[in-house]
Design a protein around this ligand. Structure first.
Ligand code: DAH
Length: 339
């Protein structure tokens, strides 16, 4: 009897120790102390034990029952603690991990220059307006007095959607649209994309940006135009900028001019004698042709106006010393990250 109890105890404790998780421990528990468990059935009925053995067998039986219960419960607690620890590790934060560095976006150099330009013209009371990029050829050419046989109208120079619709080749198209629906005085700038059928190289792009300016009022003169555009040049490039006006021709202005900025290898050049200096034409301009005013029903005896169209890429080239227009459109982060 004594031996049987000792063997049962050893087997029971070994089985408990062999359990690998809560589920297998539960199976072991049922096999040992369940209703038909080995320990349950193996405990002696004390009435059957001879009197001289009662004390020893009693002690062994108690030790077996208690030992198995304790072993079961401490093993269960250990498994539960491990499970809790695993669950915690799966959901908790590792505060020692290095953080993710945020990568904020930057403004594109064209946007930066445009914002400066808009600020300057806002100071002169100009309002920013918008126009369609897919434009009627009427607004892009006809209303601007561009003759039917003008080379700009050629489908080798412009992207036509059909005979009457074209991707606008100049923001000047906004001029007539705006004047048709507004009475003078007019003070607007109209920034936007324009399209020309140019082969792409370091100075040409089929898509680029212009900002159109238009001012119509009583008594507007060419001197006003020059004053505003000099102020633009100084505002963007600083007091030392060197600018010039040279005569030009546009069908919708008379007289017409272009404005050039004296540039060096890395942007504007402030030394008029610098042998490395060159002129870069940044805009076309002029006094609005009375015919264009008449086209929109303005009284060209009472009102005069000036207009200009400036190339945004050229402003950015001067401002940041960029030497290839393709860089503006490639979205290479090594370029855009520099501004
Ligand atoms: N639209 C002309 C171009 O793209 C630029 C221009 C010239 C705009 C004279 C004007 C202007 O408003 O008056 O080359």
């Amino acid at each position: 009897m004594e031996e049987t109890l000792l063997r049962l105890e050893a087997e029971a404790l070994a089985a408990i120790a062999a359990a690998t998780d809560l589920a297998s421990l539960e199976e072991v528990r049922i096999k040992l102390v369940g209703k038909k468990g080995a320990v349950t059935l193996g405990l002696p009925n004390m009435r059957d034990v001879p009197a001289d053995q009662k004390r020893l067998v009693g002690q062994l039986a108690n030790r077996l029952r208690q030992g198995v219960e304790e072993a079961l419960s401490s093993r269960r607690l250990a498994f539960e603690a491990t499970a809790r620890e695993a669950a915690r590790a799966a959901t908790s934060l590792d505060l020692s991990l290095p953080g993710r560095v945020p990568t904020p976006g930057r403004r594109h150099p064209l946007t930066l220059v445009l914002h400066e330009l808009v600020d300057i013209f806002a100071g002169f009371g100009f309002q920013v307006v918008d126009g369609p990029e897919v434009e009627l050829s009427y607004y892009n050419f006809t209303a601007l007095a561009i003759p039917e046989d003008h080379p700009a109208r050629d489908d080798r120079d412009s992207f036509y959607i059909n005979q009457d619709v074209v991707l606008r080749t100049e923001t000047s198209a906004v001029q007539v649209r705006y004047m048709e629906t507004h009475e003078p005085p007019v003070r607007i700038i109209a920034p936007g994309r324009v399209y020309r059928r140019d082969a792409v190289d370091s100075t040409h792009s089929h898509t680029f940006h212009q900002v159109e300016g238009l001012l119509v009022d009583r008594g507007v003169s060419f001197a006003d135009l020059k004053g505003i555009l000099y102020a633009l040049a100084r505002g963007l490039f600083g007091e030392g900028v060197i600018a010039r006006f040279t005569p030009d021709y546009f069908p919708f202005t008379e007289p017409s001019a272009q404005m050039g900025i004296w540039r060096g290898p890395n942007g504007i050049c402030t030394d008029p004698k610098d042998p490395a200096g060159r002129w870069l034409e940044i805009l076309g301009c002029g006094m609005v042709d009375p015919q264009v005013l008449a086209n929109v029903g303005y009284d060209s005896e009472e009102y005069t106006g000036f207009a200009f169209g400036v190339g945004l890429e050229r402003l950015a080239i001067l401002k940041y010393g960029i030497d290839d227009i393709r860089l503006f459109f490639e979205n290479d982060l090594r370029f855009s990250g520099q501004f």
